[in-house]
Design a protein. Structure first.
Length: 465
């Protein structure tokens, strides 16, 4: 018996429809789940990236106690706000301090032949210009003759003055002709002229005005002569560090230091014999030794009067505002160096009065000290200039430490120029005017920061001896 198709087979369409609906639902659920997972992952990534500088700032922040600051020497003078200032690139040239020829060394010689009866100063003592140094008993026949002639002229002048006074009274009564009186007046004038010449002769022989005046008043020969320190009234120093005239009220006389003493008491000396040597160290020179390649920079510095700085001695004293005086005329054939000279004003660093009443001084600079001259070779620009110890090297970076309360923050900086004395930074916005930075101890602060974060650092890395 045949069955109808509808009785033997169930309809397929509802089943297919159910499968399609289920597949779409599964796909949507999977899509939604993946979106949630992606969103969650993005949220976690955003949370990690949201405050990266906060984590970095924590790693770059170092609390420093008062005791630690004291140990590092971070006193108020080494915690100072930064500021951009004019800086010009320069070349460093070695030099040495020299005495200035013609003004720094003075030789004192015996003006006349005689015997040294007193030595009034000793080696190392500081004396003022005009101070007595030696007393010499005169045995020079020429000076004795000059004094005798001076005394004779004084006597003749007295006679003429008395005769003129007598003739004036007689001429007033008509007893003597006026011509006779005029002849005596002319004779007096001739004596005055001769007397003036003899006075100058005595001064040239080494006598002082006081001694000549003494001869005129007492009418006696001077048997001894005081030898005095040279009068250096035109060479005096003031607070501004410039040469001035000795008659200026604010310009004290420059002390002269006795460097060598060549005679002793009782020694016979001849005219022109060396007695002692005095040093006037108020004006010195720095003799630099430059290569030929530096000649153009030196010529420019001299022509434009560019200020030159010098670092002097082991304690690295700094002298600024110096100027090139003159350049050498010949390059040394062996060293291939050209000498040049920079003026250096000097001042008394300390004065000591001994128990015996003598005075001793020490100068800020002395001949023979080594110096490094900074010759400018580039126009001045606005830069941040810090001491060398204010910047530490951290791998390929350089950093300074900015103070924020009791915390010092590490700040990466860009170094433009570095020398043993200073480091020049580019004003790139990493530091702002008014930011207080540590001007020393940057390497120690970096070492402490590394230790705080658990990482070590080479104790000699970035440190210059």
């Amino acid at each position: 018996m045949n069955q109808s198709p509808s009785a033997d087979h169930k309809p397929v369409f509802p089943v297919v429809l159910i499968l399609i609906v289920a597949s779409v639902a599964w796909w949507q659920q999977s899509r939604i789940l993946s979106l949630f997972i992606a969103a969650d992952a993005a949220g976690e990534q955003h949370a990690e990236d949201e405050h990266p500088h906060d984590h970095a700032a924590d790693d770059d922040r170092l609390p420093v106690s008062d005791a630690a600051r004291a140990n590092l020497g971070l006193t108020a003078e080494f915690l100072w706000p930064v500021a951009a200032s004019a800086w010009s690139r320069s070349v460093s040239i070695p030099g040495v301090i020299r005495a200035q020829p013609g003004t720094s060394i003075w030789h004192v010689s015996a003006p006349l032949t005689g015997v040294v009866t007193r030595v009034l100063a000793i080696s190392g003592e500081a004396v003022l210009p005009g101070a007595p140094l030696f007393e010499i008993r005169l045995t020079h026949e020429e000076l004795v003759t000059a004094q005798t002639g001076f005394l004779q002229l004084l006597g003749e002048l007295d006679v003429e003055q008395e005769e003129i006074a007598r003739l004036e009274q007689a001429a007033a009564g008509g007893a003597v002709a006026q011509r006779t009186l005029l002849e005596r007046v002319y004779a007096r004038d001739r004596l005055l002229a001769s007397l003036s010449a003899h006075r100058e002769s005595l001064l040239l022989h080494g006598m002082t005005l006081e001694q000549v005046s003494e001869i005129e008043m007492q009418r006696k020969l001077v048997g001894s002569l005081l030898v005095r320190a040279p009068e250096l009234a035109a060479v005096a120093s003031n607070d501004e560090g410039h040469a001035g005239l000795g008659n200026e009220p604010s310009a004290p006389a420059v002390p002269l230091v006795i460097s060598t003493m060549s005679v002793t008491t009782g020694q016979a000396v001849t005219s022109g014999e060396h007695l002692c040597e005095l040093l006037n160290l108020s004006q010195l020179q720095i003799e630099g030794h430059a290569f030929e390649s530096d000649l153009r920079a030196l010529q420019t510095a001299q022509a434009e009067n560019l200020p030159i700085a010098a670092v002097i001695g082991n304690d690295r004293q700094q002298a600024i505002g110096l100027a090139v005086q003159y350049l050498g005329t010949q390059v040394d054939t062996d060293t291939r160096l050209l000498p040049f000279y920079v003026g250096l004003h000097n001042k008394v660093q300390a004065t000591h009065a001994a128990a015996d009443g003598r005075t001793y001084v020490s100068w800020q600079y002395v001949p023979g000290q080594r110096a490094i001259l900074q010759i400018p070779i580039e126009a001045a620009q606005q830069r941040i200039v810090l001491p060398a110890n204010a910047v530490a090297a951290d791998g390929v970076e350089s950093c300074v430490f900015r103070r924020n309360g009791d915390v010092f923050e590490r700040v990466a900086v860009q170094v433009l120029h570095q020398s043993p004395e200073q480091t020049v930074l580019v004003d790139d916005g990493s530091l702002f005017p008014g930011d207080v930075v540590a001007l020393r101890g940057a390497h120690q602060l970096l070492l402490a920061l590394k230790n705080q974060s658990g990482g070590g650092v080479d104790p000699h890395h970035g440190h210059t001896h």
